[in-house]
Design a protein around this ligand. Structure first.
Ligand code: MG
Ligand code: ZN
Length: 221
C-alpha cells in the first residue's frame, strides 16, 4: 500500500506542477530548478549569476529560496536587488509544486522572465518532485567527490544541465573531472556539463550566456 500512496502523491504533485508550468508559460518565464547537496555552492552561484545577469542587462530574474529553516539564503539574495521569496519546508527535504504555487502571488510574474528556484539542499528527492520548472540544473562541487553521478544517478538523469562548481579548488582534491563527466554522460547522454567557479568567475560566461539564450527562446514562445 505504501507504494500506491507514494504514487498518488507524485501524481497529485505532477498535476499541480503542470498548472504552475502553464502559468509560467503564459508569462514567458524560464524556470530553473537548482538541485544539489548542502554546501555545493548553490547560493553563491546564484549571487554571482545574478550580478553577471544584471551587468549584461538582458534578463529580468527573480528567486525562490527553499530551505528547511531560516531565511539566510533569501537575505543574501535580496542584497542583489532581485525579487526573492523564501519557502521554509519545516523539515521537509524537498520543494513540491504546491509550495511553489502558494508563493507565486508574491512574485512579480508580469515583470520577470527568469525564475531561479534554489531547492532544499538534497540530491535525492528533489529529483522526483516536479515543481513546474522548465528544467532542472544539478549542481555538483568538486569537494563532494566525483562519484556522485554514479551514486545519485536519478537527479543527473532528470537534469538538462550539470554545473561542476568550485573548480578553483580542484587541485586540492582528488576529484577527476574526466571521471565525473564520463559517469554523468553514461547516466544522461544529453546532459550539458559546465565546469565553473563562482568565486573566480572561471566558466561563468558560458553559464550566463546559456541562460540568456534560453530566456530568449522562452519569451519568443
Ligand atoms: Mg543555499
Ligand atoms: Zn524530500
Amino acid at each position: 500500500m505504501r507504494v500506491k500512496v507514494y504514487q498518488d502523491i507524485l501524481e497529485a504533485n505532477d498535476n499541480l506542477a503542470e498548472m504552475n508550468r502553464k502559468k509560467f508559460k503564459g508569462h514567458g518565464i524560464l524556470v530553473v530548478n537548482l538541485i544539489g547537496s548542502p554546501g555545493c555552492g548553490k547560493t553563491m552561484l546564484l549571487e554571482k549569476t545574478l550580478a553577471a545577469l544584471r551587468e549584461r542587462g538582458k534578463v529580468r530574474p527573480a528567486v525562490v529560496e527553499g530551505d528547511l529553516e531560516t531565511s539566510r539564503d533569501a537575505e543574501r539574495i535580496a542584497r542583489s536587488g532581485v525579487p526573492v521569496v523564501q519557502i521554509n519546508t519545516q523539515g521537509g527535504c524537498h520543494l513540491d509544486a504546491s509550495m511553489l504555487a502558494a508563493v507565486l502571488p508574491d512574485l512579480p510574474l508580469a515583470e520577470i522572465n527568469l525564475l531561479f528556484i534554489e531547492n532544499v539542499g538534497n540530491l535525492v528527492c528533489p529529483a522526483s518532485f516536479d515543481v513546474g520548472e522548465s528544467y532542472k540544473v544539478v549542481v555538483l562541487s568538486v569537494t563532494e567527490g566525483d562519484d556522485k553521478p554514479a551514486k545519485y544517478p536519478v537527479v543527473f538523469h532528470h537534469s538538462e544541465v550539470a554545473l561542476v562548481t568550485k573548480m578553483d579548488l580542484i587541485e586540492h582534491t582528488d576529484f577527476s573531472l574526466e571521471a565525473a563527466l564520463r559517469d554523468m554522460r553514461s547516466v544522461n547522454p544529453k546532459l550539458k556539463c559546465l565546469p565553473l567557479s563562482a568565486r573566480t568567475g572561471q566558466g561563468m560566461d558560458a553559464w550566463v550566456e546559456l541562460l540568456e539564450e534560453q530566456v530568449q527562446g522562452v519569451s519568443k514562445g
